[in-house]
Design a protein around this ligand. Structure first.
Ligand SMILES: [Zn+2]
Length: 424
């Protein structure tokens, strides 16, 4: 039974967990998952998904111009906009068994529940499973490739010069996988067939576990301001330059890092200075140059803007105080993306009914759902992560938490199918 009491078939969590095990067995090595997009192992993961789809009689399986895989279970009204469910099978090079894979296999579980319904019911409209291509961007550095193409925000020209770690250019690599980079935005033409989108994902953070919660709805994805601060002081001798006469770009960067930490805490966001390069970078010289990477995130736009303004002001003051020049170089930004309020409420009800957290939490990471939320009503469910570890072979969720999250996701699918018109 779904949260609103309508009768949709119940998702079989055993089947979802078995599919995840089979996927891990077929596509992981000693260092973890190896499903990097556009590689043979990723293709093998898709072959496994296709086998599973064929086994439940779903033969409408296609790949769009951006490499996204679409599998369609016909509903009663084929002209009505479909409910799309998905995530990504691709992983980082030494990834975990659940990131992305959980959402794809849970989507498969929803399709399977309908396809194998003993009462022979059909969903009121089409169900579409989407396995997005290259969510991780771990090979060419551009994440959300497939979902941004579908949402209409992919600019192929901005990607044309990208190469992987071996120097292989993106164009031929995608072409070998059947995707023409220039033509990828044409995937957007399929968007009209979709009415709404839901995704199950692991939290990849420690919040739910710390609260003792198994799962939750997700209110939206935090916005990101990512940039580099280049500080220029004066390189000089470690022994002969008096402390009072130094223009130490490294210490200016260090002090800015501490300011970023303070500002993030004061604004209820997160701020990270995870990269720092010093020149000349020797132990016997004052650093003449420093390049500090800054990543600020907040689920709400006003706070994110306030954090950015405060970091800029503090960085300017700190640099001046140490006699350094400062220049800011933008790297990437994305505004906070809230999910559909009505679908989020349905996800909250589903999570609560499954024994999870009653209120939604914000996602600090980006997901395919962030791109989808730009264009169709979207919601997500999170499963608690053990110790918040992800993008590593230690990535894990307790089985009872996975079962609760899968049940909540199945419930949300039912609510999205049978809920009020605004939700469909
Ligand atoms: Zn993911």
């Amino acid at each position: 039974m779904t949260a609103d009491g309508s009768a949709a078939p119940t998702i079989d969590a055993d089947g979802v967990l078995a599919d995840l095990d089979a996927l891990a067995a077929a596509t992981s090595g000693p260092d973890g998952a190896r499903r990097v997009c556009w590689t043979p192992v990723w293709a093998a993961a898709r072959d496994l998904l296709r086998e599973r789809l064929a086994a439940i009689g779903i033969n409408e399986v296609e790949t769009d111009e951006a490499g996204n895989l679409w599998a369609r279970l016909p509903g009663a009204d084929r002209s009505a906009p479909a409910l799309a469910l998905g995530s990504h099978l691709d992983s980082v090079p030494a990834g975990g068994p659940l990131d992305g894979a959980l959402g794809v296999m849970a989507a498969l579980g929803v399709l399977r529940a309908w396809a194998a319904d003993p009462e022979g019911r059909v969903p009121p409209r089409d169900l579409v499973l989407i396995d997005f291509a290259d969510e991780e961007g771990s090979r060419f550095g551009r994440s959300l490739f497939g979902s941004s193409a579908l949402a209409g925000t992919l600019d192929p020209a901005a990607l044309a010069d990208l190469t992987d770690a071996e120097g292989e250019p993106i164009g031929p690599v995608l072409a070998a996988a059947g995707v023409e980079l220039e033509g990828a935005p044409r995937a957007n033409a399929r968007l009209g067939s979709i009415g709404s989108y839901i995704e199950l994902h692991i939290e990849q953070g420690p919040v739910l576990e710390a609260e003792g919660e198994s799962c939750s709805a997700v209110s939206g994805c935090a916005g990101v301001e990512r940039f580099r601060l280049d500080l220029t002081g004066q390189a000089s001798h470690a022994g002969t330059t008096p402390m009072i006469q130094r223009r130490d770009a490294g210490l200016a960067a260090a002090e800015i890092g501490l300011a970023v930490e303070r500002i993030a805490r004061e604004n209820g966001g997160v701020g990270t200075t995870g990269s720092l390069e010093l020149e000349p970078g020797v132990i016997t010289a004052v650093a003449g140059r420093a390049a500090l990477g800054v990543d600020l995130r907040h689920p709400r736009e006003p706070e994110l803007a306030a954090m950015l303004a405060a970091v800029r002001e503090a960085a300017g003051t700190i640099a001046a105080g140490r006699g350094c020049e400062i220049a800011e170089h933008p790297i990437w930004r994305i505004e906070p993306i809230p999910f559909d309020p009505e679908l989020v409420r349905a996800a909250e009800a589903a999570a609560a009914a499954a024994g999870g957290r009653a209120a939604a939490i914000a996602s600090g990471a980006l997901h395919d759902a962030a791109e989808m939320a730009r264009v169709v009503p979207t919601a997500m469910v999170f499963a608690a992560s053990v110790r918040g570890i992800s993008h590593a072979k230690e990535e894990r969720s307790e089985e009872r938490d996975l079962r609760a999250a899968i049940a909540a996701f199945g419930d949300l699918a039912g609510a999205a199918l049978f809920g009020p018109p605004g939700m469909s």
